[in-house]
Design a protein around this ligand. Structure first.
Ligand SMILES: [Cu+2]
Ligand SMILES: [Zn+2]
Length: 178
């Protein structure tokens, strides 16, 4: 299907098909990042750059954060759960966790920074436009129902088509889009 890594490298060089600008909740204002989604022939390449994650001072702290696409379309909520409106994990086939289409590998923090590039054929980009990416305070155990017991929602971003300005930052590569 993809017998060479260059197809992934080349995919990352083009403009993404969807972007989520991630921001922390009021309790985690330092979290900022971007999630890019590139549609490929047989699946989606999802790439995340996240800064400002909470970093434990303890030497053996895992600093791993659950990461999902949630079905809701807003990074809003209430005092108890600032991103409650993001709802449940994106799950169009009504599967148990961690077989939800929106279940993603966790983010591994490095002094608060995390990078992840991951391929999945559980959804196509157009299915998740308008939905949300959520980062959680704790690692997803990939067992507990309905969502892996990964703690509170600490950051959120709405998945959107790239804005014209973002597209035009790559004018030389994609002049027709400008
Ligand atoms: Cu989640
Ligand atoms: Zn799930």
């Amino acid at each position: 299907m993809y017998d060479d890594i260059t197809s992934f490298q080349n995919t990352l060089k083009r403009s993404p098909d969807a972007v989520a600008m991630v921001a922390g909740s009021p309790a985690y204002p330092s979290i900022r990042g971007k999630v890019y989604l590139h549609q490929m022939a047989s699946g989606v390449l999802l790439t995340a750059w996240i800064n400002g994650l909470p970093q434990s001072k303890e030497s053996c702290a895992p600093n791993i954060y659950g990461f999902h696409i949630h079905e809701g379309n807003m990074c809003k909520g209430n005092a108890e759960d600032p991103f409650a409106d993001a709802g449940l994990h994106f799950n169009p086939k009504n599967c148990p966790h961690p077989a939800h289409a929106g279940d993603l590998p966790p983010l591994f923090g490095n002094q608060g920074f995390a990078y992840l590039s991951f391929f999945t054929d559980r959804f196509i980009v157009s299915q998740v436009i308008g939905r949300t990416v959520i980062i959680h305070s704790h690692v997803d155990n990939f067992t507990s129902q309905p969502s892996g017991d990964s703690g509170t929602k600490i950051a959120c971003g709405v998945i959107e088509r790239p804005k014209r300005q973002q597209t035009c930052q790559r004018c030389s590569a994609h002049p027709p889009l400008c």
